[in-house]
Design a protein around this ligand. Sequence first.
Ligand code: GDP
Length: 197
Amino acid sequence: MKILSAVFHSSAPDLTACPVHDRPEFAFIGRSNVGKSSLINLLTGHGRLAKVSGTPGKTRLINFFTINNRWSLVDLPGYGYAKVAKGERYKFNEAVADYLEGRPNLANVFVLIDSRLPPQALDLEFIRWLAATEAPFDLVFTKADKQSANQTASNVAAFKRALADADVAAPRAFVSSATKGKGRAEILARISELLDA
Ligand code: GDP
């Protein structure tokens, strides 16, 4: 897919404020600092469509971008752990949960995973929840330039095994590097395929 236009549309604090339109939506989510903004900028060919943040977890809004006047790219706030009195609590934006459970336009979710790490409980917990909503999703393993291809492959395999152990049906997995431009063609081809389906 050629990106002919990529423009910011709007931001919504919750599901009821999401735009009313007929375009299919492709949503991107991951824990803070996973490389989501960098991947969005790589995919759209814009240096600064999504802000590459120095302050992780700052963005709380659901951001909509219109691509080729044909589909919407949705930048979802990330998930993480919140420090509370008795340790840590899984923190997940309710607006994001509502969006993922109830948005009729949602065509696919790309869940971003840091390819440098062994399977993280936080990501597995989110994906188990997402799979239960029956929203369609793929995985994108980011920052693959940070280690050898073998190490990336081994982390991807370990993640897939952890999902299988959690009884989650095997999703498609892409490997990306925003600095090397890796994964762009494959992810855009996947979006094309889903648009044509
Ligand atoms: P976000 O918080 O998920 O939106 O993550 P950002 O896109 O802001 O990236 C977080 C940090 O990781 C920034 O310092 C980026 O420059 C860096 N980063 C993001 N993607 C890559 C990548 O593919 N390779 C490398 N080496 N660094 C990356």
